[in-house]
Write a protein that binds this ligand. Structure first.
Ligand code: HEM
Length: 264
């Protein structure tokens, strides 16, 4: 642990030095910029709070909370699409007609691809990457579902079972992305909570949805995807804090003829 922490400190330290060198005399509060730069610029106003250690921890949190969750969800989404080739073809057709071959899909195109958004939501419903969310602690005595919960109890919310509850969802086990076309807002009835809810909900949810849509969109725009052999992709999940696939996804991708110029 100590060795790893030192290594982590070195990497972040180098990143800090680079940013400090580039920006020492050049801080423009209005400009869009990476999170670390923003924190450095805030140090001017609250030097005691924004110490190197605090900035390092906040930066690290974004890596820890943001990378694996996003990658695991994309792997689930791609696996579901391979097992449902018609849905994959449908998205591909929309990308071909709405975005075309060049340039690569960008943020503005996402508004034209609502179905891709539904596919990611349906993936997060069936395979919520953080199935038990993060532990919370009750701040007062309360009664939930008839159970008395004393103040100070550590609580886990089982998003996985809520997302598959037949009382809340029609055909809950079925992959049916179109169900999200009808759901008005992702927080409807709080039955869909892959990012938690309210005050301590995931602050990276918007970014995660955007990054996943862009990456999956680009994969589909650039390549034709097929399963390896005739077997369906194995969808067994691990039972860890982050719910990953037990068997990593293997797939065959071939560059789309129309994208070869762009890709090369
Ligand atoms: C598919 C991707 C992601 C999923 C499924 C996910 C899910 C979650 C969940 C369930 C929580 C706990 C919410 C609660 O306590 O009720 C959480 C917290 C958090 N997430 Fe995410 N997340 C994702 C991506 C990201 C990204 C991209 C970032 C940052 C760029 C991020 C940063 C955080 C942070 C900092 C917290 C802790 C918030 C707090 O305790 O107040 N997450 N996330």
């Amino acid at each position: 642990m100590i060795r790893l922490q030192r290594k982590r400190d070195e990497v972040l330290g180098r990143l800090f030095e680079e940013i400090k060198l580039n920006n020492d005399n050049n801080i423009d509060v209005e400009k869009m910029r990476p999170q670390i730069e923003t924190q450095f610029s805030l140090r001017k106003f609250e030097p005691e709070f924004f110490s190197d250690d605090v900035i390092k921890s906040l930066t690290l949190m974004v890596f820890v909370a943001g990378t694996e969750t996003t990658v695991i969800t994309m792997e689930w989404a791609m696996s579901l699409l391979l097992n449902h080739p018609k849905v994959l073809q449908e998205i591909k057709a929309v990308i071909d007609s709405q975005v075309g071959c060049e340039p690569l899909i960008n943020g503005l195109d996402l508004a034209k691809l609502p179905y891709l958004h539904c596919v990611i939501n349906e993936t997060l419903r069936l395979y919520p990457t953080v199935p038990l969310s993060l532990p919370h602690c009750s701040s007062v005595d309360c009664i939930v579902g008839g159970f008395h919960i004393p103040r100070g109890t550590i609580l886990l919310v089982n998003a996985w079972s809520m997302h598959r509850d037949p009382k809340l969802w029609e055909e809950p086990i079925k992959f049916k992305a179109e169900r999200f076309e009808e759901i008005n807002g992702e927080r409807e009835e709080f039955k869909f909570i892959p990012f938690g809810i309210v005050r301590r909900a995931c602050p990276g949810a918007g970014m995660a949805m955007r990054v996943m849509s862009l990456a999956l969109g680009a994969f589909i725009q650039c390549f034709d995807w097929e399963m390896v052999g005739k077997k369906m992709v194995d969808m067994t999940s691990s039972s860890e804090f982050l719910m990953a696939k037990t068997k990593p996804l293997e797939a065959v991708c071939t560059p789309c003829p129309s994208m070869i110029n762009f890709l090369s």
